[in-house]
Design a protein. Structure first.
Length: 398
């Protein structure tokens, strides 16, 4: 965790506070502001019922420029109809008016319970207070304010050289349940000082998200509000004007930041006790490898076996067979950490299983599935499935 998170990049301020959306008194309203208009890009959920905040943000991003993001937690402002759309627009307008910037440069994000109208009187009253609190040192406070069922804040800061100039990227995210590729119940906000046009930023963000936020699953569910936003204020010396070596290096750094946040989301999966990396090698192609890895990663039977620290490899091969891609069962290798349990489709016996059982007591685990079919490779991250997941979601609104 990086204490400055999104404000680790010069020129970005943030703040968070409790305005009354959450009944438990925890922070529920956050604001991220740049000191100048930024190149802006986003990736959104593919859920066919996008919530009003997402609709407003998508519309405001048509110009590729933004300067502020207002975020609330505790209420998703989803399935709230035209009134919800007006409320999301009103949040953007209130921020814009108080900052003295165009409304179209304010992006809006919400997360929480679906189907409830926002308490707009509380939000609009709190926005001037929130703006007065903006600071280069309050990135962590903003990260606290976007949490829902998250057990901890998720923040990151990375830096590296792009040709002869240093580039810096900061970020914060929330997410714990309803996590699956094509976004999930997650929000992520990234900042950078790179000089990059919106079109390239959009392209780079999509590439970074594909192998990170779209390569995690907690429970196979996706939501209506999910988005990843990146703002580039251009205050650094690194110039990225074309899709060449500098752009590839920028994408690599952006991917590092996204990967760190994505892994924190999996680690914080609702009720999770273990984080699991699943690597598939030797598949027909990359798409087949990704399909197999994700089928295994989202299998409730596989996930509960990991929770029980049970080397039940039959569940894994059954999931592989359900992935819908050709695999020769006599070519399957299963390796837990450094311990091979199945080679060429054959179980290696009790001593190997005992070693795997000892390994499964660890908190960070790796399962490698070797197929010896082709060059395809993929990595996804998931977590185990415990009884606490059921308890938390059964009581989510109570």
């Amino acid at each position: 965790m990086d204490e400055k998170g999104v404000t680790a990049v010069e020129g970005f301020r943030a703040a968070g506070l409790h305005c009354g959306i959450k009944k438990n008194g925890l922070a529920d309203l956050a604001l991220l502001v740049a000191d100048r208009p930024c190149a802006a890009a986003a990736v959104f959920t593919r859920n066919r019922f996008p919530a009003p905040p997402l609709q407003v943000t998508r519309r405001h991003l048509r110009s590729g420029v933004a300067q502020a993001v207002i975020i609330n937690s505790g209420n998703a402002n989803a399935f709230t109809g035209e009134v919800g759309l007006r409320d999301a627009e009103a949040m953007a307008s209130a921020v814009a008016e108080n900052l003295g910037i165009p409304t179209r440069q304010v992006l809006v994000a919400s997360t929480g319970v679906i189907g409830m109208r926002l308490p707009m009187d509380k939000i609009t009253t709190a926005i001037p207070v929130l703006i007065s609190r903006l600071s280069f040192d309050l990135g962590h406070e903003a990260a606290e304010a976007i949490r829902t069922t998250d057990m901890f804040t998720k923040e990151v800061a990375v830096s590296g050289r792009v040709e002869r100039a240093e580039i810096r990227i900061g970020g914060m995210a929330k997410g714990s349940g309803m996590i699956h590729p094509n976004m999930a119940t997650m929000l992520a906000f990234l900042t950078t000082d790179a000089q990059i046009p919106p079109t390239l930023l959009r392209r780079g963000l999509r590439q970074a998200v594909d192998g990170t936020f779209n390569a995690i699953t907690v429970d196979g569910e996706t939501s209506t509000n999910d988005m990843v936003i990146c703002l580039a204020n251009g205050k650094g010396a690194a110039k990225i004007g074309a899709a060449g070596a500098a752009f590839r290096r920028f994408v690599a750094l952006l991917t590092d930041a996204c990967a760190a946040l994505a892994k924190m989301i999996v680690q914080d999966g609702e009720g999770a006790t273990k984080r699991i990396e699943i690597v598939v090698t030797g598949a027909k192609d990359a798409a087949s490898a990704r399909r197999i890895a994700m089928t295994v990663a989202k299998s409730p039977l596989v996930k509960t076996a990991f929770f029980g620290e049970d080397a039940n490899w039959g569940r894994i091969v059954a999931a592989i067979g359900n992935a819908g891609t050709p695999v020769d069962p006599n070519q399957i290798d299963l390796t837990f950490g450094d311990v091979v349990l199945v080679r060429r489709g054959c179980y290696l016996g009790a001593s190997a299983e005992a070693a795997v059982s000892r390994y499964l007591k660890e908190k960070d685990l790796q399962l490698t599935i070797g197929l010896s079919t082709g060059p395809g490779r993929a990595t996804v991250w998931t977590c185990d499935l415990s009884g606490d997941y059921v308890k938390m979601n059964a009581a989510y609104r109570t």
